[in-house]
Design a protein around this ligand. Structure first.
Ligand SMILES: O=C1O[C@H](COP(=O)(O)O)[C@@H](O)[C@H](O)[C@H]1O
Length: 231
């Protein structure tokens, strides 16, 4: 089920989203002794990471991973892993356990197996998984009309990750598959700006997941998805 929360300012959105993340991570730690969160890359998460990194939590009991990454070196500005190190694994959150998806393989397709083994260290279901959405309707690195999209969307597959070559963006990627994304207790879809609201409305009003892969997350009844939107 999808619910949209709209905020008057991005500051209000970030404050509430971070407070909800902290609540869910604390709940996970109280119940299971550990908690996990999968985060997106791109630009939208930066202020969330900055605020989250300062929250008092038993961070040594928190596992952080990525929903996707670009197949670039971790020193490259396009690397989502670099983004997490720069903005989230700071301050209090320095103590968290981070498990990235990138490996030393030459391509994400060759790296899938090792990435999958790394990911097995992260407690699942994720307590929280945060998604973004591109103007083309991609989420994580599930890209419209991409060759490996069917693999990524296959709910009967036991693959945790798949390589992806987007047609609408540069760089090969590795991404969690849809069944892995939906193996979450809470999914938050973080959107900023009027144009993303229009894209979201289009996604909610149509069914073709090949055209807009984010629909596979919006139109499912396995896990509640909360959209956080502000101008
Ligand atoms: O390429 C990517 O883009 C999306 C959206 O990023 P945003 O900056 O427009 O929010 C992101 O969710 C994904 O993780 C990233 O790899």
């Amino acid at each position: 089920m999808f619910t949209l929360k709209e905020y008057g300012s991005s500051e209000q959105l970030i404050e509430e989203m971070v407070s909800n993340i902290v609540t869910e991570l604390n709940k996970g730690i109280a119940t299971r002794g550990v908690a996990s969160i999968a985060v997106s890359g791109g630009k939208s998460p930066i202020p969330v990471f900055q605020r989250l990194s300062k929250q008092p939590l038993p961070w040594n009991k928190v596992y952080i991973t990525l929903v996707d990454d670009r197949w670039v070196d971790d020193t490259d500005d396009a690397s989502n892993e670099k983004l997490v190190y720069t903005y989230l694994l700071q301050n209090e959150a320095k103590l968290a356990n981070f498990i990235g998806l990138k490996t030393s393989a030459a391509t994400p397709f060759e790296g899938e197996q090792v990435a999958q083994q790394k990911l097995a260290e992260v407690p699942m279901p994720f307590d929280v998984l945060i998604l973004g959405m591109g103007e083309d309707g991609h989420t994580a690195s599930l890209f419209p009309h991409a060759k490996h999209l069917a693999t990524g969307l296959d709910m009967y597959s036991d693959k945790l990750v798949t390589g992806m070559t987007p047609l609408t963006a540069p760089l090969d990627r590795i991404t969690l598959t849809l069944p892995t994304i939906l193996n979450s207790r809470n999914i938050y879809l973080h959107l900023t700006g009027a144009s993303k609201k229009t894209v979201l409305d289009n996604a909610l009003n149509g069914k073709d997941v090949t055209e807009m892969p984010v629909r596979a997350v919006l139109h499912q009844d396995k896990v509640n998805v909360i959209g956080y939107w502000s101008k």
